[in-house]
Structure formats: structure tokens, C-alpha cells
Design a protein around this ligand. Structure first.
Ligand code: AN0
Ligand code: CP
Length: 317
């Protein structure tokens, strides 16, 4: 593996899930693999889980980690090519990425979409320029349209709970939110679930919240949430803003929030969320505090997912 930007960088998702589960059992089995290597972590946006779990994962492999909150502590970056830089930005990504590439063996980046211009966000103009100019492997810590480390941890969690039993029914449901959020988590989850092909994926959302088909592919779309949830083994809860028109809140209908009543006709479904979650807006307290919630286990698995990916990249550096 050279870069880790999406499922397209993974030749065998099932094997990567197994590798992550292996690290969970034996965290230090490759503790020399990253000796003498440095991981740079650039944050253009906030993070709790991704930041700390990736740091722990890198250390388990013997790597040094340097974190740079570039949005607050660096020069303001320019991403547009050929412009006269007489405005706010001080440094072009061409130099910034090339220079940072001199300091690290692997460069990782978190960058959210601005949710204003779909073409720009979906072209991944920030992370793709780091890939182009850094000259070292680039790892996504969530980009404008995808969050592959999250998705790997999600699959790992489903696999861990399902084991060798029958193919689970996984229902990803939209839930209300007061801010316009990226589509990265649902896009990526759908893309990984489809490619992994070890579960049946159903996606439910209010009309107008259709995700880009290039990520959801053959997944079943059901706009009746109650019908979608019937028989679910896993309920993956997430808000996202609309794709067309881009980045809008079309509804905040509280009836889409996940409560215990909504879970009644499921198959004792386990409830997942990537976190951070707004309680009693997205998911009710009774669910998050109840026995169905696996959100903390899911977040814990972020370490092993990151370790599996770093392990694969380190093999080629
Ligand atoms: C972000 C999102 O929805 O993409 C990060 C999730 C990992 N969530 C928020 O901004 C609340
Ligand atoms: N799920 C997730 O990526 O969380 P953070 O934004 O806190 O990293």
C-alpha cells in the first residue's frame, strides 16, 4: 500500500480487517516495524479519536509522531493554482507539502469540505495536492468526501461481533443535526461495506438526502425508516448534509432520531456511530446508555484499524 485515501488503495479489505483484529489481540507484535520512521499528522480541522488513536497506533509500531495543527499554527495555505497570492494566504500547498514531505516518512492529513462548492470538494483538491507534492505516502485522517480509517474500524467492529455467523443486515440511517455535516463518513462506510461484501447494506434517509451513487452502488435505499430498520442486526446512525443542493440542511425532523422504540422491530440491533454524537438530537440517551450501543467499542477499534494501515504502508517505505 502506498497511500491510504480510500478503499481503492486496499487490495483485500477482508485481509485488512483480519490484520486489524490481529493487532487488537497482540498490539506489539510489529513493534520494530516503524523504528526510526516518523509520522506527520496535519490537522486542518478538529479531532479527538482520529488524532489520538492514530498516534497510539504509530507508537505501537515503534514510530515517532509529530502533530501539527496547521490550521491554527501554520501559515494560511493556498490551494488554487496560478493565482496572484495578494489575499489572505501566505504559502502555497506546492511548497508546504513538498517541505513537509522532507521531514516525515508518512504524512497524514485531516481536511473537511467547505460544503460550498461540490465540484471542488468532490475533486478532493486539498488531500490530492498533498499527495502530488509531498513525495511520501499520504494517509487520510478524513478528507472532504471520505473517512477510510473510520470505515475500516467500522467493518472490524461488525466482523468482531458477527464472527462466522450469517450475513448481517446493516442499516445506515440518517439522523437529524443542527449543523451541515460532511458526507465523508456515510460515503466511505457505504463504499467499504459494498466492497467488503460480507453484509447486506440498506440506507435510509429523508427524501433529498441521496448520497452519490458512486459510493453507495448496489446498496438498497429505503426512505421509510421504520421499514428499513426491520430485522436490522446493526444500525449505523449518522447525519449528513444534502448532496443536491450541496451542503444544505433540508430538515431537522426529530422523528428520525434513534430511540429504543425505533429499535423494537430490529434483531436486537447493535447501534453504531462514528462519534462525536449529539445526545438526544441524533441518538437518545436511553440508546447510548443502553446495552445495544457499541459506539465506545467502535471508537476503541480505531487504534487497530490505524495500526493495520500504517503497518501496510511501512512495509513499502
Ligand atoms: C464530522 C463529520 O461528520 O464528518 C466528523 C466525524 C468523524 N462530524 C462533525 O463535524 C460533528
Ligand atoms: N470518528 C472520528 O473520526 O472522530 P474524531 O473527529 O474525533 O477524530
Amino acid at each position: 500500500m502506498k497511500n491510504f485515501l480510500s478503499i481503492d488503495d486496499v487490495s483485500d479489505p477482508g485481509a485488512l480487517v483480519e490484520k486489524a483484529l490481529g493487532y487488537k489481540k497482540d498490539p506489539f507484535r510489529d513493534k520494530q516495524l516503524g523504528a526510526g520512521k516518523t509520522l506527520g499528522m496535519l490537522f486542518l480541522n478538529p479531532s479527538l479519536r482520529t488524532r489520538v488513536s492514530t498516534q497510539v497506533a504509530a507508537r505501537n509500531l515503534g514510530m515517532e509522531v509529530i502533530i501539527f495543527n496547521i490550521d491554527k499554527e501554520g501559515w494560511q495555505l493556498e490551494f488554487v493554482k496560478g493565482v496572484v497570492m495578494d489575499g489572505k494566504s501566505t504559502e502555497h500547498v506546492k511548497e508546504a507539502a513538498a517541505v513537509l514531505g522532507q521531514y516525515f516518512d508518512i504524512l497524514s492529513i485531516r481536511t473537511f469540505p467547505d460544503l460550498k462548492n461540490k465540484d471542488e470538494d468532490y475533486a478532493e483538491q486539498v488531500i490530492s495536492q498533498f499527495v502530488k507534492y509531498a513525495g511520501v505516502p499520504v494517509l487520510s485522517l478524513e478528507s472532504a468526501t471520505l473517512h477510510p480509517l473510520q470505515s475500516l474500524a467500522d467493518l472490524m467492529t461488525i466482523q468482531e461481533i458477527t464472527g462466522a455467523s450469517r450475513r448481517p443486515r446493516v442499516v445506515m440511517t440518517w439522523a437529524p443535526h443542527v449543523r451541515a455535516l460532511p458526507q465523508a463518513v456515510p460515503n466511505s462506510f457505504a463504499q467499504w461495506m459494498v466492497r467488503w461484501n460480507k453484509a447486506d447494506l440498506v440506507i435510509t434517509h429523508p427524501e433529498g438526502y441521496e448520497l452519490d451513487k458512486r459510493f453507495t452502488g448496489p446498496a438498497v435505499i429505503e426512505i421509510n425508516q421504520e421499514k428499513a430498520l426491520e430485522g436490522a442486526d446493526f444500525v449505523y446512525v449518522k447525519n449528513w448534509s444534502s448532496v443536491e443542493p450541496y451542503g444544505q440542511i433540508l430538515t431537522t425532523d426529530p422523528s428520525w432520531m434513534i430511540t429504543n422504540k425505533k429499535l423494537q422491530n430490529t434483531n436486537h440491533a447493535k447501534v453504531m456511530h462514528c462519534l462525536p454524537v449529539r445526545r438526544n438530537l441524533v441518538i437518545a440517551d436511553e440508546v447510548l446508555d443502553g446495552k445495544n450501543s457499541i459506539v465506545v467499542q467502535q471508537a476503541g477499534n480505531r487504534v487497530w484499524a490505524a495500526q493495520a494501515v500504517l503497518g501496510e504502508i511501512l512495509k513499502n517505505t
